[in-house]
Ligand binder design. Structure first.
Ligand code: CMC
Length: 414
């Protein structure tokens, strides 16, 4: 049918220029690339520039990630993300105490977890348990600012317990409770293994938690903010975030890195393996590339170094050496840098952590950022509802079902 002045495609929509899509020029930003979708005072990513050799930078509320990774603890960062500044000594003591006292899961939730299929992935378990915790939260139905802060605190305290409880239950072991005085990193390793971690293991995990705690409008945080912006509750918003983190293009990439290293097997097989992979159309090497960083990912350098140090201590640098080689090949072939997931994989591996807990450890850290963003969204809310560029047919008329079947049969015959 020829276009007329009354065709829907000619009608202005949402203030956009009339008929842009109809004229064959797309105005949509695929994957929302380069779109500023809101404001935040929590975190900023400076992408850097690979041509000019400018490294990427990451700040949490104005503090450089380098400064925080070298000097801070995860609990200081949690306070920083939730509030405007680093804590004083008494504020830090308070946040540590509150986290320590709120780690336990309700017994009903543990009973339920005992009935989960033993082969359920830890990320699927986190998603289900976070949602369930909303039913048992003492302030579940209260949506005051104070109640939401309390929920943020409880969820951040409970996240390590969800992961470690599931890991023990699936092995047929009883969950272990952390000691209230333990830091998040220490409590996680203690509840997982049933013994006090070494200082090196605790500090390595602590730094990894600092590095993963927030990353502006990454996919999972954005999912959390979209849910929160409908004025849905904190547990629903975090459940949305966990769902987004599961995907291999986001949090799931670190597990993919270890699977790749295991598949390659030996250092001399790295080059042919990667070159062969890159030949595939749309091939992705896990742990490389980033939507925002064009220069280096500032988090990767810490994880690279931690991975090397752990490998040296254990006199096993195989995965580190292979990883360095992959990094060199990816730069040579694609000028793409490693991201946070690449060396977190060999770091966690060297700590003896089970591979399918790598992404859950991301969640143990990122819960601090998710909840900070949800609180920020609630504090100055407007529902998030963008437009879509319509790519379907513009005008069709209803066809009675008998005629549709007849047309389908005629189509089959021809
Ligand atoms: N391996 C090979 N080529 C890649 C990779 C990769 N990992 N990442 C990007 N490229 C290439 C891609 O082929 C494209 O090249 P060309 O222009 O020649 O077609 C170019 O780089 C741009 O890629 P893109 O897909 O347009 O980038 P994007 O911004 O849409 O996607 C990404 C970003 C992170 C999803 C993607 O880089 C990727 O799939 N990486 C692997 C998964 C991964 O490591 N994810 C963790 C991300 S960081 C932590 C987190 O957020 O969880």
């Amino acid at each position: 049918m020829p276009a007329t002045a009354t065709d829907p495609k000619d009608q202005p929509k949402g203030g956009q220029a009339t008929g842009a899509a109809g004229a064959g020029q797309s105005t949509a930003k695929e994957g929302l690339q380069d779109v500023i979708a809101g404001r935040t005072a929590i975190c900023h990513v400076f992408g850097g520039d690979k041509e000019k050799n400018y490294p990427g930078r990451l700040i949490y509320r104005g503090y450089d990630i380098d400064d925080l990774a070298q000097h801070a603890t995860f609990e200081e960062v949690v306070h920083l993300l939730w509030h405007d500044d680093l804590p004083t000594r008494s504020q830090l003591d308070q946040v540590k105490q509150q986290l320590g006292q709120n780690r336990a899961l309700p017994s009903e939730v543990i009973d339920l977890m005992r009935r989960f299929p033993k082969d359920a992935t830890p990320m699927d378990v986190i998603r289900s348990v976070v949602s369930t915790l909303g039913l048992f939260d003492p302030e579940g139905a209260v949506d005051t600012t104070e109640a939401n802060h309390n929920k943020a605190l409880r969820l951040t305290a409970q996240m390590p317990t969800i992961v470690t409880t599931w890991h023990r239950l699936r092995q047929g072991k009883d969950p272990i409770q952390a000691k209230p005085s333990q830091s998040t990193a220490e409590a996680f390793l203690y509840m997982l293994n049933g013994e006090e971690p070494t200082d090196v293991a605790e500090r390595t995990l602590d730094v990894a938690l600092i590095l993963h705690a927030d990353h502006e409008f990454n996919a999972s945080t954005f999912a959390a903010r979209v849910t929160a912006a409908t004025l849905s509750d904190m547990h629903s918003a975090v459940t949305s975030a966990v769902g987004a983190l599961i995907g291999p293009l986001h949090g799931g990439a670190n597990e993919g890195v270890i699977h790749m290293l295991q598949e390659i097997g030996e250092p001399e097989k790295v080059e042919p393996f990667i070159l062969d992979k890159l030949k595939g159309r749309g091939a992705r090497i896990m742990g490389f590339g980033h939507r925002v960083y064009r220069g280096t990912d500032p988090r990767a350098q810490y994880l690279r170094e931690m991975s090397r140090q752990l490998g040296e201590r254990q006199k096993d640098l195989k995965f580190w050496t292979m990883s360095r080689n992959i990094e060199e090949i990816m730069w040579r072939e694609k000028t793409i840098h490693a991201n946070v997931d690449f060396y977190s994989a060999s770091t966690y591996w060297a700590l003896g952590l089970p591979t399918d807990l790598f992404t859950p450890i991301f969640a143990v850290s990122r819960i601090a950022g998710w909840t900070a963003h949800i609180l920020e969204q609630y504090s100055d809310n407007r529902i998030i509802r963008p437009l879509a560029e319509y790519a379907g047919p513009w005008q069709r008329s209803y066809v009675p079902i008998e005629q549709r079947e007849q047309t389908a049969q005629e189509g089959k015959k021809s």
